[in-house]
Ligand binder design. Structure first.
Ligand code: KG4
Ligand code: ZN
Length: 336
């Protein structure tokens, strides 16, 4: 192919997404079919329901991604697909569809790590500079990733229990907020005050790890105890208090990581990177403590799962020679 065009697939969880990316950073199309409505009545993602939705939507997403980009199969340079981490049944739909397209059109297949994909969402706002550090916060992961150079990832800190997004979704359920709760809790937090002072787990500990299950339990106990007394707590203050605790810990550990690893740039990405409290806090802390380190925050629209970010990561993987064999399998617990 003459053009550097990648057809990218993302089906690791509950979004069916196909994108066409040119030269690694130009989004020609990014189709995202969300299944949230189907999972809401269950209060979370039901794996079996998710796989079926992916099967139902994937071909339409491919057709639409190509049509919107104004390209056809012969124009493509490669096909890319998320093969982990994620739900095995969901991943398999994307992996199978990508294999079929790559095989039928004699295109190389690039296997992409979902978390590397999240990280590359930030590539749409600026160039990467190495060494760099990334704070990746999503529904399934919360980690600090050190990148000494392009295509090299080292996890230097991670959650020991719940991911940050998972904690948002669980406390959201207690407040009667539909899954996924992060966005609503973020909005409520902006209207409240930190009056509850929930714990900040491991904040002062000399490591780069996180823990959110204690905060989640403290939150749930506070709401249940009030319920038993027949007392209704202010939901805005509850949200603000929860968010302040999450943001304090994420920001403190990120600043500590930057103290320990001298880097040129910080990346913020993942579903929870859409959080306004977190974005503002990092803006503030970076200006105050690491004004010589630049920061790229993934664009709001690309924080959640999407195939454009997978295509951006794939463009780099491709240059480094990553190619999948035809027996590529889904790897639900894939790590960097
Ligand atoms: O990255 P993502 O789309 O899926 C995973 O790979 O996990 O992240 C989804 C998570 C959900 O837990 C959702 O509640 C959370 O991101 N989220 C937010 C916000 N928007 C989405 N959490 C906090 N504040 C937000 N504004
Ligand atoms: Zn994700």
């Amino acid at each position: 192919a003459e053009r550097n065009l990648i057809l990218a697939f993302e089906t690791s969880c509950d979004e069916t997404s196909v994108a066409v990316i040119e030269d690694g950073t130009k989004i020609l199309s990014n189709i995202v079919a969300t299944q949230i409505d189907s999972h809401q009545r269950f209060g979370g993602v039901v794996p079996e329901v998710a796989s079926r939705h992916h099967i139902e939507w994937i071909t339409r997403c491919i057709d639409q991604a190509l049509a919107e980009a104004g390209v056809d199969y012969p124009d493509l340079m490669a096909v890319a697909v998320t093969y982990g981490p994620g739900l095995v049944g969901s991943l398999l739909v994307g992996v199978t569809a990508a294999k079929v397209v790559a095989w039928a059109h004699h295109l190389p297949l690039i296997p992409v790590n979902h978390m590397a994909g999240h990280l590359y969402a930030a590539r749409f706002v600026g160039e990467f500079k190495y060494p760099q550090m990334a704070l990746l916060v999503s529904g399934g992961h919360t980690e600090l990733v050190y990148m000494p150079k392009e295509h090299e990832y080292e996890i230097v800190g991670e959650t020991r229990d719940d991911a940050a997004g998972e904690a948002y979704d669980k406390i959201g359920r207690v407040l009667g907020v539909n899954y996924p709760a992060g966005k609503t809790i973020d909005e409520w937090a902006a209207q409240g005050q930190d009056t509850f002072h929930f714990p900040r787990a491991m904040e002062k500990e000399d490591n780069l790890d996180f823990s959110f299950s204690g905060l989640k339990s403290a939150f749930i106990n506070t709401v249940h105890n009030a319920d038993q007394r027949g007392e209704e707590l202010n939901k805005y203050d509850l949200a603000a208090s929860f968010q302040q605790s999450v943001v304090d810990v994420l920001a403190e550990k990120t600043m500590r990581a930057l103290d320990q690893y001298p880097v040129k740039q910080l990346i913020l990405a993942g579903g929870v990177a859409a959080n306004h409290g977190l974005r503002d806090r990092l803006d503030h802390d970076m200006a105050k403590y690491h004004s010589n380190v630049t920061m790229l925050q993934a664009p709001l629209k690309l924080c959640g799962d999407n195939a454009a970010m997978i295509g951006a990561a794939a463009a780099v993987d491709y240059r480094h020679g990553d190619r999948a064999a035809w027996d590529l399998n889904a790897v639900p617990g894939l790590m960097f």
